[in-house]
Design a protein around this ligand. Structure first.
Ligand SMILES: Nc1ncnc2c1ncn2[C@@H]1O[C@H](COP(=O)(O)OP(=O)(O)OP(=O)(O)O)[C@@H](O)[C@H]1O
Ligand SMILES: [Mg+2]
Length: 251
């Protein structure tokens, strides 16, 4: 396992946007069953995400943003189509293979933080490392590193209930990156935060991309958050409504 403060595995292609994309989604469709009815949520979604991109996914409520994010993150499975990540077809994996793949490659950030209330900040961040076979000392060093990165070294013994929303989300970011995954998915990470805390979170996501070569895929309703992204993709009723190319300018 690589250390967080080294460039990520996808760093090589982080600067160049013309190489094989990290994520290639082709003709993906997904429906949910509601009673006897099959309700289409995503229809024929095709686009690619280059390594090192900060991508925002926008669209009205119910348009399928979280569904798409969960497919990319390997939490849910497609009905048809293909999702290639780092050249690997993740739609073909068994549930167990998918879980193993996910734990190594994807970090998750949620709107309501999803921290475990009876664990301290330190213990919450350490949790994903308990499955890795790292020694206690190695775990401690990784957790220290990421808590310092999010500016919460002095809060590691606090419980989530003793932290502000913004601080809880920073703990959640530390937890998401402690295993050094190449991809960070964030579902409305600033949706529950005031403007200042939201700004802190966006700054951190931006640093993960710029300094560590991470690829960030962020669902958001907030135009201010989307502004920080390299590119914005819009979903409407299960369809992409914007040019899915890499052509948008990067700031
Ligand atoms: N597990 C599920 N079972 C059945 N229907 C679902 C499931 N998950 C999502 N849906 C349906 O799929 C559609 C898209 O849901 P999704 O959560 O992807 O939307 P969203 O764009 O993230 O919306 P929001 O902005 O409100 O979070 C909705 O109509 C929703 O009811
Ligand atoms: Mg959603």
């Amino acid at each position: 396992m690589t250390l967080l403060l080294q460039p990520g595995p996808c760093r090589r292609s982080g600067e160049k946007m013309d190489s094989e994309p990290l994520v290639r989604i082709t003709g993906v469709a997904k429906s949910y069953r509601r009673g006897s009815q099959l309700v289409p949520v995503l229809e024929d979604i095709t686009f690619a995400i280059p390594s090192g991109e900060f991508l925002a996914l926008m669209g009205p409520s119910g348009s399928g943003k979280s569904t798409l994010l969960n497919l990319i993150a390997g939490i849910d499975t497609v009905d048809s189509g293909s999702i290639l990540i780092g050249g690997e077809e993740i739609t073909g994996l068994s549930e167990q293979e998918m879980a193993a793949w996910r734990s190594m490659n994807v970090g998750f950030i949620f709107q309501f933080y999803n921290l475990i209330p009876v664990l301290t900040a330190f213990e919450n961040v350490e949790l994903p490392l308990l499955l890795t076979g790292l020694s206690r000392r190695e775990r401690r060093s990784h957790v220290d590193t990421v808590l310092e990165l999010v500016g919460l070294s002095d809060r590691m013994d606090h419980y989530p209930g003793q932290l502000s929303g913004g601080q809880q989300q920073r703990v959640a970011i530390a937890r998401a990156i402690v295993t050094d995954p190449a991809i960070i998915v964030a579902d409305e990470p600033t949706g529950d935060l005031d403007r200042v805390s939201a700004g802190d979170i966006l700054l951190l996501l931006d640093r993960l991309v710029r300094e560590f070569g991470k690829t960030v895929i962020m669902v958001t309703h907030d135009p201010r958050a989307a502004e920080k992204a390299h590119r914005v993709i819009h979903l409407e009723k299960g369809l992409l409504v914007t040019d899915p190319g890499f052509h948008d300018s990067h700031h």
